[in-house]
Unconditional design. Structure first.
Length: 154
């Protein structure tokens, strides 16, 4: 039974991109904003609004599987990414037998916050993507990637 479950989980992770876009991405609405908080210093906020009874896993999911949320940034010579992305929201830690361990996740909403410094006063964009996976009590949907482009500076 564990082999069947492992094969199913592998299928979820390595399914086609088109199939993935129909999965978790349909259950999460993203908004991306930036706010100047100091001289050449910005706070970038990536907020996920999670539909229905689904939940989305934290950056540290707690176990090897399910897929944790991952935020990655495209290199931009005008920007300096400061520190790690942090999460803001009501994190739930719960034992899930399907993953054989305690997992960390969010329901309804979570915001990922990243501090960014600019090297100049010029307007530029912070580009990147968020990779994530959602589940409910009955099923998990294939992981999805959502690209973003956030205006910084100017």
């Amino acid at each position: 039974m564990k082999k069947i479950l492992s094969l199913f989980v592998l299928f979820l992770f390595f399914g086609s991109t088109a199939f993935s876009q129909m999965g978790s991405a349909k259950q999460v609405k993203w908004s991306f904003t930036s706010k100047k908080i100091g001289d050449k210093k910005y706070e970038v906020r990536m907020t996920a609004t999670i539909n229905g009874n689904y939940h989305m896993y934290a950056i540290n999911a707690g176990v090897e599987l399910p897929a944790p949320t991952k935020v990655s940034f495209t290199k931009n010579p005008l920007l300096i990414i400061q520190g790690k992305t942090i999460e803001q929201g009501k994190k739930i830690t719960k034992f899930e037998s399907i993953w054989d361990g305690k997992v960390n996740y969010y329901e309804k909403t979570v915001t990922f916050v990243q501090l960014v410094n600019t090297k100049t006063a010029a307007k530029t964009n912070l580009n990147g993507k968020v990779e994530f996976m959602v589940c409910n009590d009955e099923a998990c949907l294939p992981p999805s990637e959502v690209p973003f482009k956030i205006a910084i500076g100017g």
